[in-house]
Write a new protein. Structure first.
Length: 403
């Protein structure tokens, strides 16, 4: 097997591919793509450049479909190209190689500015930007969470189609299914918009029918939706019962109890539960508190902490994807390979991008995260380019993973 002279070989790593645990493999990268994955030592071309992973884990880069901010920036407050750049840079420090800047319910003018900012970021090639997530404003006031119900309104087909026409990437729309007519859902699906349910008061029947009509999943399972009870399964029961429904989960120890998450993961087919951060400005920033819609959000506890408004309502998270993976291993007891897939392969499939990224395989994008035995990030690679200088300073207090 021959390779271009400028190809790069990543060697001496424990590489996660397929369905098994990490294995000693060499990965050849040429430009933005993976061109070969071979048994360690099989590549003998002396002319190829080599990058020594020093025995660390090489995992597919993390993909976050719900990211409201980072690096001190809230996307709602700054729906600009520069804000997208800063959010992307903040999350690259924690292994995120693909994400959707997420806009919480806002006015039509702010929505347009956000879509334009993300479109500009994609044209410029800001590393990691995959599209946009509009979380609202077609939500239920009964399950509003920290959203401003004054921004809620009925779904408007022409408004959404106009926004989508200007956007080259993935468009994910979180809505309460009870607010949308079958005609609206159909038009969105025809336009290529991915629909997810959230902030919903829908009962089991309404949620089940929405999933059958093409709603793809739920944005943050258990949070801001009707619960599973003995005689009314609610939106949660419908999501768990539907084998095709993807479920995003926020594994920060605050949004959902670990035992509840273990039950949910056991109830779903493999591949249908994925990690999301619901991240807010404190991720990757020295500051903590921030303002959302005129309300001060207090963030306490540092990494692994919690964000709440003055009424005690959860307001996003302080979670990054590397911490979400660690929490999935340590809090939920899942093996690293499954936690990593929940942060990479599964969200890629949810977003319709599984054929191009989310796994380490020949022909896919060279998006990687390099972790040590304590699952601390040392390098992040996006499209074959190392962003090792962006990595967060490793937390020496984290214990090594037990093998």
């Amino acid at each position: 097997m021959t390779f271009n002279s400028d190809a790069l070989v990543l060697v001496n790593g424990r590489v996660l591919t397929g369905n098994g645990p990490p294995a000693p493999l060499d990965v050849v990268v040429d430009g933005e793509r993976i061109v070969a994955v071979l048994a360690a030592g099989d590549i003998r071309s002396a002319g190829l450049r080599r990058h020594d992973l020093r025995g660390r884990f090489l995992l597919p880069g993390f993909i976050d479909s719900q990211c409201n901010g980072g690096g001190g920036v809230l996307f709602n407050a700054e729906p600009t190209l520069d804000a997208v750049r800063r959010i992307a840079a903040a999350h690259r420090r924690f292994g995120t190689t693909g994400f959707l800047p997420t806009l919480i319910s806002d006015t039509a003018e702010v929505m347009r500015a956000a879509v334009d900012a993300v479109a500009a970021a994609m044209r410029e090639g800001v590393p990691g930007v995959l599209g946009i997530h509009l979380e609202g404003p077609f939500l239920s006031a009964k399950r509003k969470g920290v959203h401003d119900a004054g921004k809620f309104r009925a779904p408007d087909v022409e408004e959404l189609l106009g926004l989508c026409a200007a956007h080259p990437g993935v468009t994910l729309l979180t809505l309460a299914p009870e607010t949308a007519s079958p005609g609206f859902v159909l038009r969105m699906l025809q336009a290529g918009v991915l629909l997810s349910a959230g902030h919903t008061a829908a009962d089991h029947t309404v949620m089940r029918d929405a999933l059958a009509a093409g709603v793809r999943g739920v944005t943050h399972l258990f949070n801001a939706m009707t619960p599973l009870t003995s005689r009314e399964p609610g939106a949660v029961g419908a999501a768990l019962d539907d084998p095709d429904c993807w479920c995003g989960v926020i594994v920060d120890g605050h949004h959902v109890h670990p035992a509840t998450l273990r039950i949910a993961i056991a109830a779903k087919p493999a591949g249908k539960v994925m990690l999301v951060t619901d991240a807010m400005p404190p991720v990757g920033a020295e500051t903590s508190d921030f303002v959302l819609g005129g309300r001060t959000i207090r963030c306490t506890g540092g990494v692994g902490g919690v964000c709440r408004d003055d009424a005690g309502v959860l307001a996003g998270s302080m979670l990054d994807m590397a911490s979400a993976v660690r929490n999935t291993v340590r809090m939920l007891g899942l093996p690293l390979e499954e936690a990593a897939r929940m942060a990479s392969a599964y969200p890629a499939e949810f977003l319709g991008l599984g054929a191009v990224q989310g796994r380490i395989a020949t022909g896919l994008r060279a998006d990687f995260v390099v972790l040590d035995d304590a699952l601390r990030v040392h390098e992040t690679w996006v499209g074959g380019t190392s962003h090792a200088g962006d990595a967060a300073a490793p937390d020496a207090s984290l214990p090594a993973l037990r093998h």
